[in-house]
Design a protein around this ligand. Structure first.
Ligand code: B1M
Length: 209
């Protein structure tokens, strides 16, 4: 399989073919980083664009992300961590009281596919947990997701908690989730709001530019 074929299989969410193609490429001596940058990521780039235009939907995007992840899982052990170029670290979590994680996971997968390192804290993350993790990992970006009109209020508290220990000085805060709006982001002092996974990638790219 060539890189173009691999791009197509990622786009189609073909886990088996991406796995087979990655193995085949590794056996024929292809450089692991090239498999990621030329075989896997360009396919996911197309997915991101189509999703943003409403021409691809959540289940298909998840399938493509799974296919890409299957390839990356095979290549990753062959690459020293220091060799993997990262565009920045994003600390990600669903806020306190909220258990919805499908959108957050999708955003995380899209960010990883675009070269960001994502530290996913999971769901029901308290302001204190966000602060502790930010102190430990010193990310460039903190991402918060909320799907409930009640739990989105925890975003304000989390930002306050981060501000109290001066963590918002060097770290950008991105928020998202169905009930969240750009106006709400502005009101609570977030640095940005993304309505979907594609926009979240674009926003993070702007943050680290
Ligand atoms: Co719940 N739920 N749910 N739910 N659920 C909603 C959100 C709801 C709108 C359904 C409804 O009533 N019509 C409603 C919220 C009403 C409101 O507050 N306005 C609701 C409710 C009420 C509840 C419970 C309270 C129900 C109950 O128990 N009585 C309960 C709450 C549990 C809790 O969290 N404490 C509950 C539970 C659940 C399940 C566990 C059953 C399940 C979650 C499973 C899981 O996530 N693992 C669930 C689901 C699946 C939904 C719906 C049906 C689908 C959500 C989803 O995954 N969408 C949802 C109704 C709906 O939205 N149609 C609903 C797909 C996902 C890809 O989209 O999450 O919007 P979304 O993510 C998008 C963008 O928002 C954005 O990018 C993503 C990709 O484009 N985005 C970000 C998201 N996070 C981002 C972060 C970013 C940037 C962008 O930066 C950091």
């Amino acid at each position: 399989m060539d890189f173009k074929g691999m791009n197509e299989h990622v786009l189609k969410g073909n886990v088996e073919e991406v796995t087979r193609g990655t193995q085949e490429m590794l056996e024929s001596g292809a450089e692991p980083l090239r498999i990621i940058s030329e075989g896997l990521i360009p396919g996911m780039n197309v997915v991101g664009g189509l999703f943003k235009k409403g021409e691809m939907f959540v289940p298909e995007v998840m399938r493509s992300a799974k296919a890409m992840s299957a390839g990356i899982a095979l290549v990753r052990p062959l690459i020293a961590d220091s060799d993997i170029p990262t565009r920045g670290t994003v600390l990600m979590g669903t806020v306190r009281g909220d258990l919805h994680d499908i959108g957050k996971n999708l955003v995380s997968m899209m960010l990883e596919s675009q070269g960001f390192t994502v530290i996913d804290l999971g769901v029901n993350i308290t302001p204190e947990q966000f602060v502790a993790a930010a102190e430990k990992h010193r990310p460039q970006i903190i991402g918060m997701s909320a799907l409930l009109t009640t739990t989105m209020l925890a975003m304000r508290e989390t930002i306050k908690a981060l501000q109290e220990v001066n963590l918002t000085d060097g770290i950008k805060v991105m928020i998202g989730g169905a009930p969240v709006t750009a106006a709400f982001a502005k009101e609570i002092g977030a640095d940005g709001y993304a309505p979907d996974a594609g926009s979240a990638v674009e926003l993070c790219e702007q943050f680290v530019a």
